[in-house]
Design a protein around this ligand. Sequence first.
Ligand code: SAM
Length: 247
Amino acid sequence: MVLAEVYDAVMDHVDYDRWARYLHTCLETHGESVTSILELGGGTGSLAVRLQPMGGYRYVMTDGAPAMVRQARQKVDAAGLPIRCDVAGFTTVSLQGLGRKDGFDAIVLVYDGLNYLRQIDEVRLCLERVRRCLRPGGVAVVDHATPANSEDHDREFFDRGTVEGTSYVRCSRYDAGTGLHRTTFDIVHAGTHYKEEHVQRPYAPAAIEDAIEQSGLHVSAAYDGFTFDPAHERSHRVHWLLERRKQ
Ligand SMILES: C[S@@+](CC[C@H](N)C(=O)[O-])C[C@H]1O[C@@H](n2cnc3c(N)ncnc32)[C@H](O)[C@@H]1O
């Protein structure tokens, strides 16, 4: 995955400080004595290095792509933070695989990770894994982009850039027929040309709510992107606050 080399440059526009502040408030408001966090789909660790110091959390950051996790480890080491970085998939992650006996106090899976699962059954499987990795009483913050987001923005997006000798051209397109977003990256790295395609499915809030119900998690709140207002059918992003109930 050559994208990992240029991921931070491609995501230069993302305000990770804002993400971290918002998630920290969500965890403080909805969580109960949160001291440990598992992050799924954490990419190159940009959120982890901001969120972990906010609460001095015991923090495990994971991603399904080994190349992203390598980048995250470098970032975490450079920052000198106590964050463990591991490879783990959304539908296969387990406490045993992470070498833990006890569930986490909180799990975060944000910034389109869920949209990478193209079938709603995979979303349900992922949420079941989230439930099993939480301790009873633990909370999760899971978010996703919606079809309304794709419909209300330009259906096509194009940009290019160069970072330390590696250049990329990004082209993103939404197909309302298939309901899929396809983003292609043409990357020239160390003199070699690579092409990568990332396909995501925006989900309507009602579809995710069904999957949550089937996973055995409970909804504490569904927020309209980065606010504490209720999500609605035209929300562009929904942040779900989920709980694994104590029996
Ligand atoms: C849009 S990126 C967001 C990364 C990071 N959360 C951020 O905010 O920069 C989505 C991430 O999900 C990861 N991912 C996609 N499918 C996955 C899967 N099935 N299991 C685990 N990680 C996955 C990708 O490798 C990528 O790092």
